[in-house]
Design a protein around this ligand. Structure first.
Ligand SMILES: [Zn+2]
Length: 411
């Protein structure tokens, strides 16, 4: 199945315009586990059904780094994310539209989600000016000036043709109350304008709850957006420096305020422990660069916690990363070999580590989904977290700093 489906539609002689499916994006909630908010559903999209809860690997520049679409199919990824900010700047949404849309352009036949570009614009603090109408920013590539308004980011995402698009929101410093009040007012105005501007019937537009770490603002945001009747809701502005306890507290508060029949998407969150804690609070969709970024740094997920393959302890370790793992990497290669590739800076090392890390999270989500259906999710969560050593805050911050140093121009 994977080999056949991996060929882009045009390679099979399909019509030139392949992304004009008229099916809407509909969520079916199938089951909620008694005793928790964990739930199982299916997101029906014009590019296939997405079983939820689901983890989306991130394809920032129309590619999940170090993986071909064929490998993502073999890993059975159902939904991947593209970054509007990056694709708008390079190669440009017009160009991608002329090439038949983002699915065709990147050879990916399953479902795609695009963010609004807001997160990147607002994380480049020095490069942007925001007003009630929109945000003006400079390109990190060439310094050229650009403007995003709610209408413009909807138009760009319609050109890209993703199955799920996101409203433009303002990501504020999560601890600055006064600023969050102003940003939230704009975010809600922009959400209404995005809804009015949206025209593609084959694309769903999701709203985004903001409000930093403040319970009153988060409540206000969830209630205001729920009134607008979006087909799905994201929770944004988390995993941006607040503690895990704060993030879980906000999820406890916000998730029950969102309509139960609509999917809930926790943006930018994807460590194994956060996937479990998020599902436990009723989250259906997650995305994060973590598995692919860690893999490129030589760090891989294992049931006891992350392994850093640079560690000399693995120099002659004949075992796979994870005994019993079904991924191509673990089926064929030892920790010693993978460590060698990392130390020698061989491209294959990035590729093999990425396969394992993406598989690890996708398999965790499949296990979670099955456990919810069988009423044993809480037991699975307890067992997994009882064994998995969570990377501490210092290590997480160290990873972020190291990555920022190496990628100063990749917001
Ligand atoms: Zn593996």
């Amino acid at each position: 199945m994977a080999a056949r489906a991996a060929r882009p539609a045009h390679a099979r002689g399909a019509a030139i315009i392949t992304d004009q499916c008229k099916a809407p994006v509909v969520y079916d909630l199938l089951h909620t586990e008694p005793g928790s908010a964990a739930r199982v559903g299916i997101l029906h999209t014009p590019h296939g059904d997405v079983p939820t809860p689901v983890f989306c690997p991130v394809g920032t520049q129309a590619t999940v780094k170090a993986l071909a679409p064929r490998e993502l199919l073999e890993l059975d990824a159902h939904l991947i994310l593209g970054n509007t900010y990056h694709l708008y700047l390079r190669p440009g949404a017009d160009l991608i539209a002329r090439q038949g849309g983002l699915h065709r352009f990147m050879g990916w036949e399953r479902a795609l989600l695009t963010d609004s570009g807001g997160f990147q614009v607002f994380s480049l603090q020095a490069l942007r000016v925001v007003d009630d109408d929109g945000v003006t920013f400079r390109s990190h590539l060439d310094g050229s000036e650009h403007r995003f308004t709610p209408e413009r980011v909807v138009e760009i995402q319609e050109q890209l043709g993703s199955d799920i698009a996101m409203v433009l929101d303002e990501c504020a410093n999560p601890r600055d109350y006064a600023y969050n009040v102003a940003a939230l007012r704009r975010t809600h105005l922009w959400a209404e304008r995005c809804l009015r501007a949206h025209t593609r019937p084959d694309q769903a537009l999701y709203g985004i709850v903001q409000g930093g770490v403040f319970e009153d603002l988060r409540t206000e945001s969830a209630q205001a957006l729920a009134q607008l009747d979006f087909p799905g809701y994201a929770i944004g502005g988390l995993s941006v420096g607040e503690s895990k306890a704060e993030m879980y507290r906000i999820l406890d508060l916000v998730a029950p305020l969102l309509p139960a029949a609509r999917p809930r998407y926790l943006m930018g969150v994807g460590s194994p422990e956060d996937l479990l804690e998020g599902v436990a609070r009723g989250i259906d969709i997650f995305d994060c660069v973590l598995p692919t970024r860690l893999a490129r740094n030589g760090a891989v997920f294992a049931p006891d916690g992350r392994l850093n393959l640079r560690n000399a302890a693995y120099a002659e370790d004949p075992r796979p990363i994870q005994g019993g793992c079904a991924c191509y990497t673990c089926q064929n290669f030892s920790r010693a070999y993978l460590r060698h590739l990392v130390m020698a800076r061989e491209i294959l090392g990035l590729h093999l580590n990425t396969i394992h890390n993406v598989h690890f999270l996708l398999q965790l989500m499949r296990d979670i989904r099955q456990a919810v259906l069988e009423g044993r999710f809480l037991a699975l969560k307890e067992t997994f977290l009882g064994r998995y050593r969570v990377a501490d805050a210092g290590a997480r911050e160290g990873n972020r700093q190291a990555w920022r140093q190496r990628n100063r121009h990749q917001p």
